[in-house]
Design a protein around this ligand. Structure first.
Ligand code: GH3
Ligand code: MG
Ligand code: MG
Ligand code: MG
Length: 328
């Protein structure tokens, strides 16, 4: 052990140098009741640029995984341990949703016990290493497991990112119409179940075409983003705004009746009046909109399509009545 420590202290120096320039290629939990065996694994992994955590029994291992599942890329797990065996540890880990996909490499004590390997694989281990451990085989397998783990994590991240992108309008940063369709379904079901009203406000900018015609499409775009900012500023936490179409927007207001929905729309009108849009030629214009409101009463469970068409009809009435107004 003293020799091992002398060697290790040299390695540590090298290791530190490596770690300064290169981030670890993975983080691995090493579980073994035998300190010397754990030591060997930890040292071999550290040498190949892998960060390690240690647990000396099954309980510790499970606790470690429970605390920080997202920090572990792979687990090297001794089968034969007092207390929880390696198999039991696998069973526990597989029940932790955030950890169920962490690749587990079993360390089996004897080459003869095929049963152990079979059982371990059945429990969900992806690979195994036999004692006495070959450090070359160990590091090769652990590196592969870490790579796989990280690739999976990247993929999950990319998917979530893509999902988010699919619901956001790139110009205004508001949710898009597609997301509105799914949120209004949810709101409709929720309002029915919890006996709570909700309302939608359909808004269409007035004479927007003339802005495009006078100042160009880019300025039109900028007016839309400014409008979206004003919309955001008048919403409560549980209210959501969507860009429904070109210059049409819709608000989804939880726990809200038609009267309070009109209050929100009026707040937006005031905001726009207080801050007219300044064009690049110095002229200003108050951006106005027409709005149609439709509310689903408590427990009524309005069909979402019906609600949208009622709001649309109200919006049409607001337009025909002269624009810059709110209709029910
Ligand atoms: P109304 O008061 O009747 O609503 O008049 P309007 O001019 O706003 O209505 P109309 O529907 O005739 O025109 C809407 C215009 O909005 C037409 C279209 O060119 C413009 N538009 C739609 N989407 C965008 C966009 O993303 N950017 C810009 N700059 N213009 C857009
Ligand atoms: Mg053991
Ligand atoms: Mg329009
Ligand atoms: Mg319009």
């Amino acid at each position: 052990r003293a020799d091992a420590e002398r060697i290790l202290s040299n390695d540590d120096v090298n290791q530190k140098r490596v770690q300064l320039s290169v981030p670890p290629i993975g983080a691995v939990l090493v579980v073994d009741d035998d300190e010397a065996a754990r030591w060997l694994v930890v040292r071999a992994l550290a040498r190949s640029g892998i960060q390690t955590f240690e647990a000396s029994n099954g309980r510790e291992a499970v606790e470690h995984v429970l605390e920080r599942p997202e920090l572990i890329d792979a687990i090297v797990l001794d089968v034969m341990m007092p207390g929880l065996t390696g198999f039991e540890v696998i069973r526990h880990i597989k029940r932790i949703p955030a950890a169920a996909n962490i690749p587990i490499i079993l360390v089996t004590a004897s080459a003869t016990e095929e049963d152990d390997i079979v059982r371990g694989v059945e429990y969900g281990a992806i690979d195994y290493i036999m004692k006495p451990i070959s450090t070359a085989v160990l590091t090769a397998k652990v590196r592969a497991a870490c790579e796989r783990s990280r690739a999976e994590r990247r993929l999950r991240y990319d998917l979530r990112f893509a999902e988010l992108h699919a619901m956001i309008d790139p110009l205004t940063g508001l949710f898009n119409r597609r997301h509105f369709e799914s949120r209004i379904r949810e709101a409709s079901a929720y309002s029915k179940r919890h006996d709570q009203p909700f309302a939608i406000v359909m808004m269409d900018l007035d004479h927007f075409k003339s802005i495009n015609d006078t100042y160009g499409h880019e300025t039109g775009d900028h007016v839309l983003t400014q409008f979206a900012g004003a919309v955001r500023s008048v919403l409560r936490g549980e209210d959501v705004a969507f860009r429904y179409g070109g210059e049409e927007f819709v608000l989804l207001l939880r726990a809200c009746d038609a009267q309070r929905a009109a209050d929100v729309a009026e707040r937006l009108q005031k905001k726009l009046r207080a801050r007219p849009y300044v064009f690049r030629d110095g002229s200003t214009r108050t951006i106005t909109f027409s709005a149609g409101i439709a509310a689903a009463l408590s427990g009524e469970g309005y069909g979402h399509a019906e609600l949208v068409s009622r709001a649309d009809a109200a919006l049409y009435r607001a337009k025909s009545a002269g624009r810059d107004r709110i209709a029910y």
